[in-house]
Design a protein around this ligand. Structure first.
Ligand SMILES: NC(=O)C1=CN([C@@H]2O[C@H](COP(=O)(O)OP(=O)(O)OC[C@H]3O[C@@H](n4cnc5c(N)ncnc54)[C@H](O)[C@@H]3O)[C@@H](O)[C@H]2O)C=CC1
Ligand SMILES: O=C(CO)COP(=O)(O)O
Length: 332
């Protein structure tokens, strides 16, 4: 049994807390929202972010006090909306025990700095690389909350840390694999959200399988070239965190990114789609950062660029797809 604290009690944070509790750990949930803390603590529910679960496990408690939340933690898991991760984690600086591992579940890139979540978490907490791990894979929270079988990848440059975190979240229905490719894992999780926005948009506009397959395949190529230029292992992109997560996210209305895109495709504005979203659609903030990253590395990012025009200039799905094609005929 390990003492694990989860920072952020949204849909995925709470679901991951349930996995950790099912795996036999003592789980403490922390949230910035007092009503969520009270609901988990008093009712064993998170009716705000995860109503699909009738009763959360008994070995899962909650507090809104930062110092109390992490005082005895051996593993600290971070599941906060990516754009708020830095500011939220800076409040925990100096509070987390010196030997605790810190794990990011987040799938996004920080706007302004263009930094991945492994960089943001380590900077905010002043954390050495060997105490960091990231978890990413085809993990739609509502399915896993119902304990449907699924798998994920735990990556750390420290194989001991990856193995320890994988052990802590291994259950009969949730199977973690390990990896040392943190950069690849982070990029897969963040960039697939941009692809899911585009596929959702095409679906919302009424297009079928060919269009979806085209966006997914070209999106994967874009994600892989960017990843390679950043030093990622290309194998990661064909694994669970890459193709696996693309299949899950681009194919399911349970994905907030897919649904956000679908709402745009049906004619909603970005503001309307944001209001309609059931939680954070990380791809919205990540899209422009992908274009900037591509520009910096000299890697073309036509899909992210076309989606930036959707999000910033309101172009239609048909215009987005025609931008994606371009006018030049090239080798695949
Ligand atoms: N929902 C899912 O199926 C999955 C989500 N993820 C990733 O996990 C991360 C969290 O996702 P969800 O829990 O589903 O999102 P959510 O929208 O349900 O919850 C977001 C969380 O961020 C917290 N937050 C926002 N601003 C904050 C601040 N300033 N200080 C402290 N906390 C703050 C909220 O309180 C909430 O707990 C995202 O990066 C997402 O991409 C990864 C895998 C699966
Ligand atoms: O990352 C996810 C599934 O693996 C969840 O996707 P959304 O954030 O789009 O809901």
């Amino acid at each position: 049994m390990t003492n694990v604290t989860v920072l952020g009690s949204g849909a995925w944070g709470t679901t991951f807390g349930q996995i950790l509790a099912d795996a036999g750990n003592a789980v403490t949930m922390w949230a910035i929202e007092p009503e969520i803390v009270a609901d988990i603590r008093d009712n064993h529910r998170n009716s705000y972010r995860l109503p699909v679960v009738e009763r959360l496990p008994e070995n899962m408690i909650a507090t809104g006090d930062r110092a109390e939340a992490v005082a005895n933690a051996e593993i600290v898991v971070v599941a906060i909306a990516a754009q708020f991760a830095r500011v939220a984690l800076e409040e925990f600086r100096g509070l987390i025990p010196r030997d605790a591992l810190v794990v990011s579940l987040m799938k996004g890139i920080e706007r302004g700095t263009g930094k991945r979540m492994d960089e943001v978490v380590r900077e905010a907490l002043d954390l050495p690389e060997n105490r960091f791990a990231a978890v990413s894979g085809p993990n739609l929270s509502k399915e896993i909350a119902r304990r449907e079988p699924s798998a994920t990848v735990v990556a750390s440059t420290n194989p001991y840390a990856a193995a320890r975190v994988a052990q802590a979240c291994s259950t009969t229905y949730f199977h973690p694999f390990t990896s040392t490719d943190v950069i690849g894992l982070e990029l897969c999780g963040s960039l697939k959200n941009v692809v899911a926005l585009a596929v959702g948009m095409a679906r919302g506009a009424g297009y079928g399988e060919n269009t979806a397959a085209m966006i997914e395949t070209r999106g994967l190529a874009e994600l892989t070239s960017l990843g390679k230029a950043c030093g990622a292992d290309p194998k990661t992109f064909s694994g669970l965190a890459g193709v696996g997560d693309l299949i899950a996210t681009c194919g399911s209305p349970l994905s907030r990114n897919y649904t956000f895109g679908a709402n745009l495709g049906k004619g909603m504005s970005v503001e309307e789609a944001t209001k309609a979203s059931d939680g954070v659609a990380e791809g919205v903030a990540t899209t422009a950062t992908v274009v900037a990253l591509g520009d910096r590395l000299g890697v073309p990012t036509p899909l992210a660029a076309a989606m930036t025009h959707v999000l910033e200039d309101g172009i239609s799905c048909a215009q987005m797809l025609s931008e994606l094609f371009g006018t030049e005929i090239t080798a695949e």
